[in-house]
Structure formats: C-alpha cells, structure tokens
Design a protein around this ligand. Structure first.
Ligand SMILES: [Zn+2]
Length: 211
C-alpha cells in the first residue's frame, strides 16, 4: 500500500511497476513478477487477411497485460528491454520457421513517439538483440482503436501506413512485430501495405493476444 502510494506520487523508483508492492532489484521489475513471464504459445485460430501466419508469446492478461499497459501508458521504458529479452528465443524460432528475410515492427505515429518519448515496439525489438529494420511509417495519427466498432476501426486505419523504401520489401518475406493482436485490423492493414509494395509474404509475431 505504501509502495503503491509512493509509486503513484513518483517518489520511489525502486518499486516493481507490475505488482506495485515489492522492490525491484537489478531488473526493471521484481524477481517474483519477472519469473511469471513464460511463453504460453497461445493457440489462437483467427484469420487475419493478408497475414500468412502469426504467433504470439502469451495472452493479454495478468503480468503481461500490466507490463504492456505500464510500458505504453505509464511510459515505463525499462520494461521494453526486459520484454525483448523474454521473447528473444521464441521470436528467433519463429523467424527461422517462416524463413523471414527481414524483421520489422508496427510503428506508432511520430507525434505519439514524441509524447511517449519512445516507440514501444521498436524498444522491445532492441531488447531482443535481433537485427531489424524500420520499414513502415505511420502517416495518420489515429485515435486508440479500443472500443471502436470493427467497421470504424477499418475506416480509421485505411491508408494509415506507408512503406519507407520499397527496395527492402520487394520479393521479401517480412516478419512484423506488434505488441498486441486485438481485432487484427491493424495487422491486416500493415500486411496490405507491405504486399502492395511487393512483399512476398507477411508474417506477424505478437507479444500478446487479446482473447
Ligand atoms: Zn513485482
């Protein structure tokens, strides 16, 4: 309770951002919370147009959901590196499975990157230590999609992305990283954009899946 209050006031940086109770130690979260991040390999059958195959590390629940929210909305950047290390092995496995040529990510709009201070997907990938390339730009500053109807989501995202340099896309197998799979609207729009620029195949790897 005291930890929670101190954390809320921003007075203690030593409190774990996930449980908001225990001390952190050397990691950006406490040892007990850190131990809960295990690959769940969710078996989710969902058709996402344009996406050849996808895999996720876990479900959007418990510690993983808290960590993602803290990273995105609490701007707790050190969690990105930790999450990157956590997914590294599974992501590498999926990269070789899909025979991906290039690993990239779904970017946030530059304005959001500015207000948040960083792009969470980019930072998570940096944490994996795997080499990746920024292929996409987000052209439109869209409202958060949560709570929107599917048709509104689709309209909101249509043409929202562009490929920076098609030379790195043409004929290649691209693996895109994103933090959460919800309706699949974003992934589908990203895949459509990449395929339009000549990508051979588009696969996705998600940190978590909302179910
Ligand atoms: Zn904790």
């Amino acid at each position: 309770m005291v930890g929670r209050l101190l954390n809320f006031l921003g007075l203690s940086l030593d409190v774990c951002p996930v449980c908001e109770e225990r001390e952190r130690g050397d990691l950006p979260l406490c040892r007990e919370c850190a131990g809960k991040f295990r690959c769940e390999k969710p078996a989710v059958k969902r058709f996402v147009p344009g996406v050849k195959s996808f895999k996720a590390f876990g479900y959007y629940r418990d510690s993983l959901a808290v960590a993602v929210r803290k990273l995105k909305f609490g701007s707790f950047k050190p969690l990105a590196e930790f999450l990157g290390q956590v997914i590294e092995h599974d992501l590498k496995e999926f990269m070789s499975q899909t025979k991906a040529d290039t690993l990239t990510y779904v970017p946030v709009h530059p304005l959001r990157k500015f207000t948040r201070g960083f792009d969470q997907n980019e930072e998570i990938l940096k944490g994996t230590g795997i080499s990746f390339k920024k292929l996409l730009i987000r052209k439109r500053y869209s409202k958060p999609l949560a709570g929107m109807k599917k048709s509104d989501r689709e309209r909101n995202l249509l043409g929202a992305f562009a490929v920076e340099d098609p030379v790195y896309v043409r004929g290649r197998v691209i693996l895109v990283f994103d933090d959460i799979l919800t309706s699949g609207t974003t992934s589908s729009e990203v895949a459509r954009t990449l395929l339009k620029s000549g990508a051979g195949e588009v696969h996705f790897y998600f940190l978590c899946i909302e179910y």
